[in-house]
Design a binder for this molecule. Structure first.
Ligand code: PGA
Length: 254
């Protein structure tokens, strides 16, 4: 069985002007890229072109933080999958908890977004994860299953699909999930994928962990066979933290 390659995805959220993002991207492009780890950076929309130019020749892929669920038309302020593709994007975050919580987006929206991405050949990184309250109520597995409902309309998985398990209580809190807890959630997600799309898809799909990944938390999380990499917010804005997290991602698995 071929091992899943590790994947480091930087989510720069609504930080960094295009100039500052280009400068940070140049620093990231200059890092030694560890063998066996794929890297993508998701800056804000206005920074995409500057970051694309900064990453040329680095082997680091350009990602976007969101996409609109319609193809084209009178949707002021929205960005389409075709626009992202033309801008050089290859991976798009879908379903981030900040979109779910702040913008009220739901599985039906995410299903449509992933359909638009599939039409353009862009890979979705579909984010799922429970809140503290849901975990305390023992509802984590049900919540994750419901969130995977965004894939209900797909007979085969969207091309390039990867998942990010991001427990909401771990995002930006400095309180990463324990490796055991993350591995358990990932195994559950993998079983759900296998039930939907068959064992080979379940085995081959990369499942990243996200939520306060840092030089301190990354080694334990990445030691888990189930954890295929990270969706990294805060630490991805620091070159030294990114270097350390990448080194942990490149270390052999348990
Ligand atoms: P964090 O964010 O690493 O700052 O917790 C992760 C994310 O929201 O993707």
């Amino acid at each position: 069985m071929r091992e899943r390659r590790r994947f480091f995805v930087a989510n720069w959220k609504m930080t960094r002007t295009p100039s500052a993002a280009a400068e940070l991207a140049r620093a990231m492009a200059a890092l030694a890229r560890p063998a066996g780890v794929d890297i993508a950076i998701a800056p804000s929309f206005p920074a995409l072109d500057r970051v694309r130019a900064a990453l040329l020749g680095s082997g680091i892929a350009l990602a976007a933080q969101d996409v609109f669920h319609e193809r084209e038309g009178a949707f002021t302020g929205e960005v389409s999958a075709a626009m992202l593709k033309d801008a050089g994007v290859s991976l798009v975050l879908v379903g981030h908890s900040e979109r779910r919580l702040l913008r009220g987006e739901r599985e039906t929206d995410f299903a449509r977004k992933m359909a638009r991405l599939a039409e353009e050949g862009l890979a979705p990184l579909y984010c799922v994860g429970e809140t503290q309250r849901e975990r305390e109520a023992g509802r984590t597995r049900d919540v994750l299953r419901t969130q995977l409902g965004a894939l209900d309309g797909f007979a085969v998985p969207p091309p390039g699909l990867a998942l990010a398990y991001e427990p909401v209580w771990a995002i930006g809190t400095g309180l990463a999930a324990t490796p055991e807890l993350a591995a358990e959630a990932h195994a559950h997600l993998r079983a759900e994928l296998a039930a939907r799309f068959g064992e080979p898809v379940g085995r081959a799909t990369r499942i990243l962990y996200g939520g306060s990944l840092s030089p301190a938390s990354a080694p334990g999380l990445f030691a888990k066979e189930e954890v295929d990499g990270g969706l990294v917010g805060g630490a991805s804005l620091s070159v030294s933290d990114t270097t350390a997290v990448l080194a942990a991602a490149a270390a052999p698995r348990a």
